[in-house]
Design a protein around this ligand. Structure first.
Ligand code: NAD
Length: 425
């Protein structure tokens, strides 16, 4: 088909381009028509607004706000809002598409969206951020909606900003509408289980993959890169399931203990130490943070930032299984070598989809006007993650492709089929 580009020779450093490369391969394997390909490639809606904000010094500053709905074929768009200095429409478009595939792979009834405001929240006061969030919400009042487009936190935003969004949207509609946004504080209708949801999904998909690879969790070793929300929860839950976590890392470096790191102790230390592991005594510090990737272990969980497994270090990886907690941790050009080495990868759009799954549960609970117990949330998200894993695994066998391409095949097939049933003009 005309749209398939030849594989690039250089190692791509852009995870979003890497995502499109995989999308193209999956589209070809599926035999997607050029027509449906162009429907799925182009965003459904793109809105750019100017937001004049009175800063604390009394001067007006104009910010650019963006919202992209990549697809609403499966349902209302879902995706975070990023407050960062480098927000750009191209990146927002790609992140919105990423959300479409992630929601489709776990079979939740959402399309994909993403938003952003170009600003530096670290240099802004609480009042300035609040005015910006409220102005952005009002500017997007016809875009957002519990049946249209449901935002969530992303880089630079959190429960506090989602509370302002919900309040502004509710004021404009003259009634409380908590289902317009997820990632809210618990008292405003946030869901129990959301904090640990992504790490929990990483654990569920890691155990499902280990079963396929016949790795006994009680004899398995594991390393986790990144010890924030996703990494620390994944490490803790995997440790509870019997794995020995021999190395963890964060921005301060990598830490190793051949007898296994006590993850509860590491979390306690991090919480009492400004959020970092520097000075943690339960393990020795490795001379380089990257050494963690070269350790002889069964399972590797990258859960920090994008593009950490590339052509430069992939040769040195000895793990049998990689479970991608982070978004885009593996570059496109590393895929081929990983496949040649016979390493199984549970790709990001599957492995870290536990977060969006529990966001969906938050929306469901808001619409029901009811609160589920943490036990119910966990049980249902575990089931969704396990079913999604099995679905992707079967696709990988059926199409004889790695799990990553299989995940894209499952997602694209679902959206394409739904589009064909719904029809266009
Ligand atoms: P976080 O900010 O809570 O934690 C990030 C961790 O990575 C911190 O421990 C930080 O010190 C560490 N880190 C940063 N740069 C590093 C580096 N170069 N080397 C080693 N460690 C480094 O973030 P998070 O919410 O845990 O998100 C981690 C990844 O998971 C991101 O890619 C994010 O997009 C993805 N993700 C998160 C969620 C979620 O629900 N939080 C959902 C889906 C995907």
């Amino acid at each position: 088909m005309a749209y398939i580009e030849p594989a690039p020779i250089k190692d791509k450093e852009n995870p979003l381009e890497s995502m499109m490369e995989r999308f193209n391969i999956a589209a070809e394997k599926l035999g997607l028509s050029d027509e449906v390909y162009s429907v799925l490639k182009n965003p459904a809606k793109q809105v750019i607004v100017s937001l004049p904000i009175t800063m604390d010094n009394g001067k007006i500053k104009v910010f650019e706000g963006i919202r992209v709905v990549h697809s609403n074929i499966l349902g209302p768009a879902k995706g975070g809002i990023r407050f960062a200095p480098d927000v750009h429409i191209d990146e927002v478009r790609a992140l919105a598409a990423w959300m479409t595939w992630k929601c489709a792979v776990v079979d939740i009834p959402y399309g994909g969206g993403k938003g952003g405001v170009r600003c530096n929240p670290r240099e802004m006061s609480k009042g300035e951020i609040e005015r910006l969030m409220r102005a952005y919400t009002l500017a997007m009042i016809d875009v957002f909606g519990p049946d249209k487009d449901i935002p969530a936190p992303d880089m630079g935003t959190g429960p506090r900003e989602m509370a302002w969004l919900m309040d502004e949207y509710s004021k404009a509609h003259g009634t409380t509408v908590n289902a317009v946004v997820t990632g809210k504080p618990l008292v405003l209708g946030g869901s129990l289980g959301r904090t640990e949801a992504t790490g929990r999904g990483v654990m569920v998909s890691a155990l499902a993959a280990m079963e396929k690879l016949k790795i006994n969790p009680f004899q398995a070793t594991c390393v986790v890169q990144g010890f924030g929300n996703v990494g620390s929860w994944a490490a803790q839950l995997l440790e509870e399931r019997g794995l020995k976590i021999v190395s963890i890392s964060d921005i301060s470096g990598a830490y190793y203990n051949s007898n296994g790191i006590n993850i509860q102790e590491a979390i306690k230390f991090r919480n009492e130490n400004n959020g970092i592991l520097e000075g943690f005594h339960g393990a020795e510090k490795l001379s380089s943070a990257n050494e963690l990737f070269e350790l002889e272990v069964d399972v590797l969980v990258p859960a920090a930032v994008e593009d950490v497994i590339t052509k430069k270090n992939v040769d040195k990886i000895k793990a049998k299984l990689i479970v991608e907690g982070a978004n885009g941790p593996t570059s496109f050009n590393a895929d081929k070598i990983i496949n040649e080495k016979g390493i199984m990868v549970v790709p990001d759009i599957l492995a870290n989809a536990g977060g969006v799954t529990v966001s969906y549960f938050e929306w469901v609970q808001n619409r029901l006007g009811y609160k589920w117990t943490a036990e119910r949330v966990n049980r249902r998200s575990d089931r969704i993650m396990k079913e999604a894993f099995d679905h992707v695994y079967h696709a990988s066998v059926k199409y004889n492709v790695p799990m990553r391409i299989a995940a894209y095949i499952v997602a694209i097939d679902k959206v394409a089929q739904t589009y064909q049933y719904r029809g266009g003009y």
